[in-house]
Design a protein around this ligand. Structure first.
Ligand code: AMP
Length: 281
């Protein structure tokens, strides 16, 4: 099947292929990824296959969304492994080089406010600027009709919806639910950094998240219980374990219609994030 998938590193080739599709009135979708593809990524492709005639998967480990102390240099990268995971529902893999995305003289960043503030924005201050910039570039380079993002990165998803709205980027943004391992841990390229013992411990995170989402005690008490449970289960530190307005990520108030439970915590130095909907009472 691999030989049926075109692959390009250049914007010129990308434009030519997408133009041909648009000329034929085909609906084109994009699945942006950083590679190290797993079932979570493949579910985004499944989801888009129902909505689009042609699918592009981009693979680019974006240096500007990593801080100096983070794992850019060790981020898993194996294009052949990724190509072997993708089937014939994908027509084009766009895998640009860093020079293609950020050529000499590149000097523009998009700094999102609003939903990008707080939570991940507090603990990874560079992160959303890097993501907003690369996603804008990928959307403008590919000129797709639809792009899809995972709820696994919930704040990122809200930030991208805000970005597209604010900058009038002509693309529909779709969201896909989080795909989990059999024990409930959200699939993530970073799970492979965990030792076998820590991998077993990590399954506590989605359970604690679920308890937080269903906790009927006062919000601050529920959040504290979740934090205490994470630490008691062996997580070294908890960046946040909280309930937030599902649309704005503000602390819930009388006008909040629905809530989201969100956790970021470290195990063996690996930062794991997860979130889920809070059932409306
Ligand atoms: P990444 O390669 O980690 O940047 O992720 C690329 C896309 O896949 C993002 O939209 C993520 O939210 C999404 N994604 C990552 N993990 C999962 C998962 N377990 N389930 C569904 N989508 C995911």
């Amino acid at each position: 099947m691999i030989n049926r998938i075109e692959r390009t590193h250049t914007v010129v080739e990308l434009h030519a292929v997408v133009q041909k599709w648009h000329d034929a009135n085909l609906r084109v979708g994009l699945v942006p990824t950083m590679g190290a593809l797993h079932e979570g990524h493949l579910s985004l492709i499944d989801n888009l296959a129902e909505k689009c005639d042609r699918i592009i998967v981009s693979i680019f480990v974006n240096p500007t969304q990593f801080a100096a102390h983070e794992d850019f240099d060790t981020y898993p990268s194996d294009i052949n492994h990724d190509l072997s995971k993708i089937d014939s529902r994908v027509q084009l893999v766009y895998a640009p080089t860093v020079k293609t995305i950020y050529p000499a003289g590149y000097a523009t960043r998009i700094v999102p406010d609003g939903v990008a503030l707080g939570l991940e924005g507090d603990y990874r201050p560079h992160f959303f600027t890097g993501v907003a910039t690369i996603v804008s570039k990928l959307l403008l380079q590919t000129r797709v009709d639809v792009a899809i993002f995972g709820e696994k990165d919930y704040q990122q998803l809200l930030m991208i919806r805000q970005l597209v709205r604010d900058l009038d980027i002509p693309v529909a943004i779709h969201a896909a639910p989080t795909i989990r391992e059999a024990d409930g841990l959200a699939m993530s390229s970073r799970n492979m950094y965990l030792s076998a013992a820590a991998r077993t411990q990590a399954a506590a995170l989605p359970k604690i998240l679920n308890d937080l989402a269903h906790n009927e005690l006062a919000r601050a008490v529920a959040e504290q219980q979740a934090q205490d449970m994470l630490l008691a289960t062996g997580f070294e530190s908890v960046d946040y374990a909280c309930l937030r307005d599902a649309e704005t990520l503000a602390v819930p108030n009388a006008t909040t219609k629905s809530c989201r439970a969100l956790i970021a915590a470290r195990l063996e130095g690996v930062r794991l994030i997860d979130n889920c909907a809070v059932p409306n009472t």
